[in-house]
Design a binder for this molecule. Structure first.
Ligand code: UDP
Ligand code: MG
Length: 312
């Protein structure tokens, strides 16, 4: 396969974004004219069911050299779709952006300027989020607070998956083949010389968010467990605390039994303690299970995604 010489690759995950694709393509190519040099746009179709693939295929047929389409065999999710794109991208720099125009292509020239001035990672910082529900902003805020407290790799706040990575960063990232991926964390973990560019996060051009509440919960768990053992430490600390309390309780009970004739009543208090501790134990086992399940997934060493078609 002849290696083409692209300066930049743009990786765009697409999941049921049919109605927005023409506008995305128009604005993206407009922005790339500024200073991108020869480029390739790689659309990763995360098994859309709305005919996005047909639209992308047509785009590919009209622009054979610059538009590529990788279709996954089923819906693997945003993070794995990007991963697939990063692995086929050939550019000296790779830009990752959402396919719903929430990440404005007009910021890209600035990304490229920063990259050319010597930065290896240039990421977009959302200084404002437009057209998103209160719930989305609120959960996002809690998410970032939580992630920043439990991990200590310096994940910048208000940063999504909108960034430019130098080839050496992409190579490093491609060598990390864990299954439960939290890409912006992995990028932060890598280090390198990085900087941010502020932008206003626009409302979606069309369609609606593909991140269901369940996908967000899964994503948060992946983020927390792949960069931190804090949850496990909290469990150990709770265990230590309750052991001390129990030990003191036992001393009190022995004392009362041997040296006084007070009878201890109180079914309710007993019940409360039993239920409380039972709850904490289940929670702890569940949390440990989350880590174990991820180990299991990684040990199987299945491919991270499977491709059904690649139009290159
Ligand atoms: N996406 C994807 N697979 C999925 C969910 C989303 O490829 O399972 C894509 C989606 O098409 C979009 C990007 O990932 O281009 C971000 O998703 P979305 O806009 O729904 O997330 P939000 O911006 O609401 O966090
Ligand atoms: Mg979006």
């Amino acid at each position: 396969m002849p290696k083409e010489n692209y300066d930049v690759s743009i990786v765009v995950p697409i999941y049921n974004e049919k109605s927005g694709i023409p506008e995305l393509y128009k604005r993206l190519t407009q922005a790339l004219k500024v200073n991108a040099g020869p480029y390739e746009i790689i659309f990763i179709d995360d098994a859309s069911s709305d005919g996005s693939f047909e639209v992308l295929k047509e785009l590919h047929e009209q622009n054979m050299t610059s538009v590529k389409v990788l279709r996954l065999s089923r819906n693997f999710g945003h993070q794995l779709a990007i991963t697939a794109g990063l692995r086929v991208a050939q550019g000296k720099g790779v830009i990752v952006m959402d396919g719903d125009l929430q990440d404005p292509p007009e910021v890209i020239p600035e990304f490229i300027r920063k990259w050319e001035s010597g930065y290896d990672i240039v990421y977009g910082v959302r200084k404002e989020r437009q057209g998103e529900t209160f719930f989305k902003k609120f959960t996002a805020k809690i998410f970032y607070k939580l992630i920043r407290t439990v991990t200590n790799i310096g994940i910048p706040e208000n940063v999504g998956d909108f960034y430019l990575l130098d080839r050496k960063v992409v190579t490093a990232l491609n060598a990390m083949d864990e299954r439960h991926r939290f890409l912006r964390g992995m990028v932060a973990w890598l280090g390198f010389k990085r900087t941010g560019v502020e932008y206003v996060r626009e409302p979606r051009f069309s369609g609606q968010t593909k991140y269901t509440l369940w996908k967000m919960v899964k994503f948060s768990f992946d983020a927390a467990t792949s960069f931190s053992f804090t949850p496990l430490r909290v469990i150990s600390m709770m265990g230590a605390f309750f052991s001390v309390v129990a030990f003191l309780g036992i001393l009190v009970i022995f004392y009362e039994k041997l040296f006084t004739d007070r009878t201890i009543t109180g079914w309710s208090s007993l019940m409360v303690v039993v239920l409380f501790l039972g709850g904490i134990q289940l929670l702890s086992v569940g949390l440990i299970g989350e880590y174990v399940a991820r180990i299991g997934d990684d040990v199987k060493r299945r491919p991270l995604y499977t491709v059904s078609e690649y139009l290159e």
